[in-house]
Design a protein around this ligand. Sequence first.
Ligand code: ZN
Length: 52
Amino acid sequence: MTYNPGAIVPDTGIYWCTVCKLPEQLNAGQKFPECRNMCGRGRWEKVEQPKE
Ligand SMILES: [Zn+2]
């Protein structure tokens, strides 16, 4: 599942850009930002993490 910049973040967690894999902590309810590396077609994908 990937998300465009501007979409609402569904779950708090770590997401990364599908192009450059730059990870970012995002909170539910905020909008996905543009990738900081300005990847033109960058989308966001949740990075699955083991439960602690
Ligand atoms: Zn990127």
